[in-house]
Design a protein around this ligand. Structure first.
Ligand SMILES: Cc1cc2nc3c(=O)[nH]c(=O)nc-3n(C[C@H](O)[C@H](O)[C@H](O)COP(=O)(O)OP(=O)(O)OC[C@H]3O[C@@H](n4cnc5c(N)ncnc54)[C@H](O)[C@@H]3O)c2cc1C
Length: 348
């Protein structure tokens, strides 16, 4: 079950060539003791460890000098009660397939989150979101295995500390916890969330209709990673205080802005990038997508370095024009584990 010196190209949606020293496929819970043993050996040899889902939010900046655990735990159990459905889902299940199956069965709620690539176990990590819904809206609990002690724990939604593209899994317990199962709670008192974009114009606001519209809009708007390597939104939408937003609005009255519950204002990173004339900018095989400025694509032969250089150009140009610091949403993985744009730039 463990492979050595493997190519990671099939396991990242940017389709970047990189290798890992070791790759372990976690398919069943029976493998937990074996997994913990491999982790112990990797730690003794001072090798880094990375947990991988479908690789659709990751940029491998160089070869990985350690052990990658590819989570493929399967299984979906649905428990129906009078008012709701409780779903227990293995971390390796495909997210979109789950959404599609639910809609097919008449279990409503997840429709706005259709066509988000990746597996279920990665969904809580950055609290995936789209079209006014977020993973946290449906999450009851998240089960994980502590990679040091081997113990299984379960966190409630509150304990997961979900935020905008954020959770406890990106901060406090990062690196030490492998999500094994997710429990969702979908109420039968369903209400459509259709305030966003073209969903607003839908006549028939059933979950199935919203699902189909979301699929259609996303297919038209976003490049398909199977055809054009990418990891979706490269940068997060910046959230600024009212003063900063007002100053920008005075200069750019048409700037999209979204007031948040905490009084701050979310700006559209894609708009900022577009206004900075970066659409279509290219370095090597990496390009700022013509239709969607927030997405950096691999035109076929991009290296990780091309993508890193282009990301730096975008970040710096936006900073110069708007004095806004874009933060990347894509997780940067270096030889020794997670890193970031500034760190990677120091090394090239
Ligand atoms: C075309 C496209 C569109 C996208 N649209 C959206 C969108 O609308 N909204 C959105 O939120 N995201 C979007 N994304 C980003 C991506 O789909 C999500 O971040 C997704 O949850 C990543 O899943 P994955 O299985 O590929 O995770 P990976 O990329 O493999 O991993 C992502 C992170 O999660 C960690 N991780 C993965 N599995 C586990 C586990 N079992 N336990 C602990 N940690 C784990 C990894 O270590 C890594 O840090 C898009 C991506 C693409 C390519």
């Amino acid at each position: 079950m463990i492979e050595t010196n493997c190519s990671l190209k099939p396991f990242n949606s940017f389709a970047i060539e990189a290798k890992t020293e070791q790759l372990f496929y976690l398919k069943t819970r029976k493998q937990f003791p074996e997994l913990l043993n491999h982790i112990k050996i990797a730690e003794q040899n001072k090798r880094p460890i990375l947990i991988l889902g479908a690789g659709s939010n990751i940029l491998f900046c160089e070869n990985f000098a350690g052990l990658i655990i590819k989570v493929e735990l399967s299984g979906i159990e649905i428990i129906e009660s009078k008012n709701n459905y409780q779903l227990h889902i293995g971390a390796g299940e495909n997210w979109h397939q789950l959404v599609a199956n639910c809609i097919e069965k008449g279990i409503d709620g997840l429709e706005n989150l259709a066509l988000i690539p990746g597996v279920v176990g990665a969904a809580p990590v950055q609290n995936i979101g789209a079209y006014g819904s977020e993973f946290k809206d449906f999450c009851e609990s998240v089960e994980y295995i502590d990679l040091e002690s081997g113990e299984l724990h379960r966190l409630t939604t509150e304990q997961c500390l979900f935020g905008y593209r954020d959770s406890i899994f990106k901060t406090v317990v990062l690196g030490n916890c492998l999500i094994t199962q997710v429990t969702l709670n979908l109420t039968k008192q369903w209400h459509p969330k259709s305030r966003y974009g073209a969903l607003n114009d839908l006549k028939d606001k059933t979950a199935k209709q919203i699902y189909q519209s979301v699929c259609q809009i996303r297919s038209e708007k976003l490049p398909d990673p199977d055809k054009l390597g990418n990891a979706g939104s490269f940068f997060k939408n910046p959230v600024v205080n009212q003063e900063v937003a007002n100053a920008l609005l005075a200069r750019y009255p048409t700037m999209p802005n979204y007031p948040q519950n905490d009084g701050r204002i979310k700006l559209a990173a894609g708009w900022l990038i577009e206004q900075a004339n970066l659409k279509g900018r290219q370095i090597g095989g990496a390009v700022v997508h013509q239709q969607q400025a927030l997405v950096i694509v691999n035109q076929g032969d991009a290296t990780a370095s091309d993508i890193v250089q282009l990301a730096a150009l975008v970040r710096d140009t936006v900073k110069q024009k708007f004095n806004i610091e874009l933060e990347h949403e894509v997780r940067f993985i270096g030889a020794q584990g997670e890193t970031n744009l500034s760190e990677v730039l120091k090394r090239v």
